[in-house]
Each structure stands twice: as C-alpha cells, then as structure tokens.
Design a binder for this molecule. Structure first.
Ligand code: ATP
Ligand code: MG
Length: 325
C-alpha cells in the first residue's frame, strides 16, 4: 500500500530546466520525510507538485489516499502547507490572518478564534497578535505562516524550509510543535537546508540533486554509506607516521589515509570507544607520542558532501529579504 505521500516518476520542466527529472517518494503514514538538497535541486518544485500548486508534466502522485492530478480539490482539503516564502496578508493582524484561515476551512467563528489564540500563544506571537503583519519581522512572519498551516490539523503536512530565518530559540520551539504534530499521527514532508534539523526530526531522508532522488534512508543508514566510524590520529613526530600506520592497519577495517603535512592518519573501524582505547594502548606501547586522537562518526554534512559534491548552504539573509517584499 502506498504511504500517505506517494510519488512516482514526477517530471517538471520549465523551458530548458528539468526541475524534476523522475522523482519517486513514499512516506509511510505518521512519519516525517526530510527532503534535502542543494539550492535549485527541485525541492520546492516537488512540494508544489504534491500540493496541487503545479501540474507535473509526467508522473503520478497520491496524497492522503487521493490522486493529486485527478482530485486536486479534495487533496487541498486534506493537507496543510507552509511555504518557503511566508504568505500572509500584510494588512491584517496576526490574529485576523489565522482566523481567516479557519474560516476558509469552514470552521465556526468561535472555534477559529479559539484556535487562533492558541496558536499565537504557541508560536510566541501573543504580544504582537493585534498588530498588522506588515509590522512583523521576518522571523515573526515565518512563525505566523507556520501557525497558519496548523489552524486545522490536517492528516498530511508539507513544510518548505520551515525554520530558515528563525533564531535558535524559535527553531527549537518549532521542532517541539512538529514533534507534537507527528506524535498525533500527522504525516509530514519537510525540506530543509539544516542537516541537523533533518537528523533531529526526520524518520527518513531523501537527498535530491538535479531533480533526482539520489539516496534515501534513515540518517544512520546514510551515514553508514559514507563510510561509518573512523579513528583519526595526529602523531607528534613525523618519523612515527610509518609505525603508527602499521598499528592502525592492525585495527582498521579498510585502507589507512595519510595526510603527511598534518601528521594525521585516518582509518575506518568498527568497535567504537572500546577499540579506541585499545588503539591508544598499542600506540603507547610502541612509544608513539600523539597530539590528538579521536573517534569520528560521519555527520549528515559528510553525507551531503559526498553525495552531492556541495556543502549545504544556508541562506537566511536572502530568505528574510524575500519574505519582507
Ligand atoms: N517557475 C519557474 N520558472 C522557471 N524555472 C523554475 C521555476 N521554478 C523553479 N525553477 C527552476 O527549477 C529548478 C528547481 O528549483 P526549486 O525551486 O524547486 O529548487 P529548490 O531545491 O527548492 O532550491 P532552494 O534550496 O534554493 O529553495 C531551479 O533550476 C529553478 O531555477
Ligand atoms: Mg526551495
């Protein structure tokens, strides 16, 4: 059975640009999929196709059990969406914006009011609730936009870079809101430039580049693909490098990398801290003085870099400016 968000062979071109070049996704109900990819990879285009805002040239998508191309209206009623660029009405207050969303979803006026008040509190906007949103800062707009996506608790949510432009405290706040939402059974697809965020929130991660999904898996699975644990040693004396390399080879599960100029040796291992202690003892026994030694696990940054050849870029500044326009 396909998951709550399912896509097969999605293609979308804009003139010469193939923004989506056959995207497949399958997100089980009640889980979070983190869509990671460098700028221009196709993340927003994928979200727009899945939320009926764009019609793909080819492919099929099913969201909350509904065919996105055949039943777009029903899909829209079953999803919540918060965009990369906040979409709020400038001349309404924060409270009015949220109440309006409730009314669009046919909530009773009283219920919409209560829900708006609750969300304003939750997103730390209570003090600014009755000011026109054109007076809000970039981070406040983003929080209001997220709150708007949560007025009704839809079974499926899409969030395009939900925390870009938020300060650490508000990012933390949003993570808590997201966790609550998901523990209530919501299925979520989120795009993010923050690998730490994907690591923290997503059950599964799909890495997108040039309109393709180039890897999927849990954060741990992706990290393991990048080479797993390594021991890194910096020896004190350059003359000790050869002996140190022999020692490491005895413990290693693969080839030792030597960075001569830094007197650094790296070897893939399994066995964690216990093994590290053994390596230290053996180096000591052989009289090799070390400046530094450590067990290094790959981060999602390493995964991202090795898969896409890019480091993840963060562009808060730019987004804030966009959001204020
Ligand atoms: N409406 C459009 N018209 C023309 N080209 C477009 C349009 N929308 C997207 N593109 C192009 O499609 C490609 C994918 O864009 P998309 O916005 O989906 O990337 P993204 O992964 O969301 O990037 P970012 O991390 O910068 O938000 C880019 O090359 C972009 O320039
Ligand atoms: Mg985008």
């Amino acid at each position: 059975m396909p998951g709550a968000i399912y896509a097969e062979g999605l293609v979308k071109t804009f003139g010469d640009v193939r923004a989506l070049d056959g995207v497949d996704l399958d997100v089980p109900e009640g889980t979070v999929l983190g869509l990671l990819g460098p700028n221009g990879a196709g993340k927003t285009t994928a979200v727009r196709c899945l939320t009926t805002l764009l019609r793909p040239d080819r492919g099929r998508a099913v969201v909350a059990g509904l065919d996105v191309l055949k039943e777009p209206d029903a899909v829209r009623r079953s999803i919540g969406l918060s965009g990369q660029f906040a979409a709020v009405d400038e001349y309404l207050t924060g409270r009015e914006n949220l109440q309006m969303v409730g009314q669009l979803y046919q909530m009773r006026a009283k219920a919409a009011k209560a829900r708006a008040a609750e969300l304003l509190e939750q997103f730390d906007l209570a003090d600014a609730a009755d000011r026109p949103t054109k007076t809000y800062s970039g981070g406040m707009r983003r929080r209001l936009d997220l709150a708007a996506a949560l007025v009704v608790s839809p079974p499926v949510m899409f969030m395009d870079e939900p925390t870009t432009g938020l300060d650490p405290r508000n990012r933390q706040l949003l993570w808590e809101v997201i966790k609550q939402l998901v523990s209530g059974g919501t299925t979520l697809l989120l795009t993010t430039q923050y690998l730490e965020e994907a690591d923290h929130l997503a059950h599964d991660i799909a890495v997108v580049d040039h309109g393709h999904v180039i890897a999927t898996g849990t954060s741990d699975q992706l990290k393991a693909r990048t080479g797993g644990e390594r021991v890194e040693v910096v020896v004190h004396e350059r003359e000790h490098m050869t002996t140190a390399a022999e020692v490491l080879a005895g413990f290693g599960k693969g080839e030792t990398t030597v960075e001569d100029h830094m007197r650094k040796l790296t070897v893939p291992v399994t066995g964690g801290a216990k093994l590290l202690a053994e390596v230290i003892r053996e180096l000591d026994t052989r009289g090799i003085e070390i400046d530094d030694i450590g067990l290094r696990r790959p981060t999602l940054d390493d995964v991202f870099l090795s898969l896409t050849g890019h480091v993840a870029e963060v562009k808060d500044e730019q987004n804030d400016k966009e959001a204020v326009k």
